[in-house]
Design a protein around this ligand. Structure first.
Ligand code: SAH
Length: 245
């Protein structure tokens, strides 16, 4: 079994890389050395891919860089070049739904592209011919996530995620996305990864921890909470991985 773990930014995957091949009995130095020894670095398509083993399973980790194009490229390489059989995405997102607060964990139930617009031809927002407005997440990975959350006593909320090549820090745009797509959270990569995984028939799971409320304070909140929210999301994804070994 080969599992891909993906983020968009280095901050999102750092907490994952630091856990690969970690043996609790090792000292900090041993731990760093063992990481260097056991993580194989690949350079493909102007990006870095970290290949490692985690408790006996093959794991391939990468951060794509921000946005739908880089995310699609990275997901495609993870699947086509490395043969990833499942893909877990970990990162941060802006909240749309009122009850979502900074630090909350959200699992995507389905994802859409809020900036995809050929409505001039009578198509709905988020749709192109032969595509779908929403891509559904894999039900088994979603069920596993819920079970992990329940057993660990962690609150995991389900969310419709809207993706687009825009950092949303604008209450009007946020409201429009909410009303147009029934979206609960917003980010810049999830739906792109979903489209790629759906096309290659690879089960995927998109997890996000809230970093901001996509409002006027979003830029400031994002910078403040990027690290802590990234870590929350990464820790949860590692707990899922623990159940997959
Ligand atoms: N501060 C970064 C840019 C971050 S862009 C820099 O200067 O390089 C925001 C990233 O976090 C994207 O990867 C996106 O997926 C996610 N994100 C978090 N909050 C978001 C919001 N309000 N709107 C869109 N994406 C958001």
């Amino acid at each position: 079994m080969k599992i891909a773990i993906m983020g968009a930014m280095i901050e999102e995957i750092e907490p994952i890389l630091s856990k690969l091949d970690h043996h609790p009995e090792n000292s900090e130095l041993d731990y760093i050395l063992s990481n260097l020894k056991n993580i194989k670095l690949h350079y493909i398509a102007d990006n870095r891919f970290f290949e490692a083993k985690y408790k006996g399973i093959d794991v391939i980790v990468a951060y794509s860089k921000i946005g739908k194009v880089f995310a699609s490229l990275t997901a495609s390489v993870l699947i086509e070049h490395f043969g990833a059989e499942k893909l877990l995405f970990s990162g941060v997102a802006g909240a749309i739904r009122e009850d979502l607060k900074i630090g909350d964990l959200v699992a995507a139930t389905k994802l859409c592209q809020h900036d995809l617009d050929i409505t001039a031809f009578g198509h709905p927002y988020g749709y192109v011919p032969e595509g779908k407005i929403y891509i559904q997440s894999d039900p088994e990975l979603l069920a596993l996530a819920k079970d992990v959350a329940r057993r660990k006593g962690i609150e995991l909320k389900e969310a419709v995620i809207a993706t687009g090549d825009q950092f949303i820090a604008d209450p009007e745009r946020k409201e429009w996305i909410k009303n147009s797509f029934g979206a609960d959270a917003i980010e810049m990569e999830g739906a792109a990864v979903a489209v790629v995984c759906d096309a290659f028939d690879v089960p995927f799971f998109i997890l996000r921890a809230i970093s901001d409320a996509a409002d006027m304070d979003a830029g400031f909140d994002f910078d403040t909470f990027l690290k802590s929210s990234s870590k929350r999301s990464a820790d949860f994804v590692m707990s899922m991985l623990d159940r997959m070994v």
